[in-house]
Design a protein around this ligand. Structure first.
Ligand SMILES: [Ca+2]
Ligand SMILES: [Ca+2]
Length: 479
């Protein structure tokens, strides 16, 4: 028996040889212990299988014996470390996960077709991931509403969860809705939620609707507590994204009303933050065609809006790139920088008030009848520029053609052609006056819309010259 005291008690005389051999035994013990734990983990991490076309024992233990329908899944079998693999196919049921911890649900690596379900419901799951993004495509499709909860996807009471590669489209059903139906609803105490690389289309409610967040354990500077990234949201009956929460980031998304009807009295905004929100970052997105493409209502503190493309186009009504207001008690940072507003033909590109401390710069207003509301123009310094393309026609809110106003509420903005390469990419030409004319805002963010570090000398607009790819970056859509 090894005498541990003899090894570590240096007050007793012990020969160095005995110490050396003893240490070897202890080392061996720990190596064995490590591999025992490691193997235990391997043994515990099981694979399970769901395949509509399987014809075996229907017990989920292999592809041959895969569960054939979501209702056949025995949830208790899915233990921490386990993976549920899902083959493509039409399942004609909802996909439901309840009370799971540490489980991953993934599309089969060889799936050629989407796995099509009616709806998704995740309830009380922790450290849970659904990843259906494969070969650039969203491989889980949800085409119906949950019959009791409503909405196509419900994420409830779940913390540290990621959903990736979902395709949510109720195109064959939405016209029968009796009330607003959201694409993805995040509610009932969720926190640390990531929604990545999803496509959401044809809703009568919001594309994504988030309420009632759980902030247990949050780091105050974790803007990604709710993270929506690389998503395409279009054809929505109300808002692209509506959130009552704080600590939210929306980045690299394409959010487009796309001329879709508004349903059930909705007021469509591209992104709507309900009153008293804070700690919000909205960057590198494209918003198009909403009455208010970004709507920040009575913010409390720390709002960042940068590197976005905001696109109008309607020839009547009151469409705005951004509508913003703050509480009298607003504190911290309100930043609107390096955005490009295009084709706000009838109304203000930005409407509303800002805190005296607001940080504004490097924005481009292209074909905007009025830049900002009168109270806000004092924030527009010469790093903001505006320009009218030769063929632009402005209108009043009733749709009557009008001349270009004499007072654009432009503050100290500079009227100059930004020399954009195209109205698709919005890159800068080599001769653009935007190059090198921006305000250095490295204290607040570092990158341009393409992910390039802006460096010491900043350009005006979403892209640094010479960077600039067709945006948004990483956008992935199934045709
Ligand atoms: Ca809404
Ligand atoms: Ca709204």
């Amino acid at each position: 028996m090894l005498n541990l005291m003899a090894i570590f008690n240096y007050s007793k005389p012990v020969s160095w040889l005995w110490k050396f051999q003893g240490l070897r035994v202890v080392l061996l013990f720990f190596i064995c212990f490590y591999f025992w734990i490691f193997n235990l983990h391997i043994v515990l991490a099981a694979d399970w299988y769901l395949d509509a076309s399987a014809t075996g024992a229907n017990n989920g233990t292999s592809w041959a014996d895969a569960w054939t329908h979501p209702s056949k899944i025995i949830q208790d079998k899915l233990q921490p470390g386990d993976t549920l693999w899902v083959q493509g196919g039409n399942y004609e049921e909802g996909l439901i996960f309840i009370n799971l911890t540490g489980v991953a649900v993934r599309i089969a690596t060889n799936a050629a077709n989407q796995a099509i379900f009616k709806f998704l419901h995740v309830y009380n799951c922790q450290n849970f991931i659904i990843d259906a993004f494969s070969n650039g495509k969203q491989m889980f499709k949800f085409n119906s509403r949950e019959p009791t909860l409503n909405h196509a996807v419900n994420l409830r009471r779940s913390m540290y969860i990621t959903v990736r590669g979902l395709y949510v489209d109720r195109e064959l059903e939405y016209t029968t809705d009796m009330a607003q139906q959201h694409g993805i609803r995040v509610w009932d105490g969720c926190g640390r939620v990531t929604i990545d690389s999803c496509v959401i289309k044809n809703t009568t409610g919001d594309g994504i609707n988030m309420t009632q967040g759980d902030y247990t354990g949050i780091n105050e500077n974790d803007y990604d507590w709710f993270l929506i990234t690389n998503c395409t949201i279009m054809n929505v009956g109300d808002d692209g994204i509506q959130t009552a929460n704080h600590h939210v980031t929306v980045s690299n998304c394409y959010i487009d009303k796309n001329g879709f009807s508004t349903y059930f009295g909705g007021h469509p905004d591209g992104f709507q933050l309900n009153p008293d929100g804070y700690k919000i970052k909205i960057f590198n997105n494209t918003f198009r065609g909403f009455n208010q493409n970004i709507f920040i209502e009575y913010a409390l503190r720390d709002i960042f809006i940068y590197n976005n493309l905001l696109i109008g186009g309607n020839i009547s009504g009151t469409d705005r790139g951004i509508n913003h207001s703050v509480r009298d008690t607003f504190s911290g940072i309100f930043l609107i920088a390096n955005n490009l507003m295009y084709n706000f033909l009838t109304y203000f590109a930005w409407n509303g008030g800002l805190p005296a401390s607001a940080i504004i710069g490097n924005n481009i207003f292209l074909n905007c009848r009025l830049l900002v509301s009168p109270v806000t123009q004092s924030f527009l310094n010469p790093t903001n520029i505006y320009w009218d393309l030769p063929d632009v026609q402005y209108y009043d809110t009733l749709g009557n053609p009008v001349n270009t106003p004499i007072d654009r509420y432009a503050g100290s903005s500079v009227y100059t052609d930004p020399k954009i390469v195209s109205l698709v990419t919005f890159r800068l030409q080599a001769t653009s006056p935007c190059i090198g004319a921006g305000k250095n805002l490295n204290s607040y963010f570092l990158h341009d819309r393409a992910g390039i570090v802006r460096g010491a000398v900043w350009d005006i607009g979403p892209y640094e010259y010479g960077s600039g790819i067709a945006a948004p970056q990483n956008l992935r859509i199934i045709p």
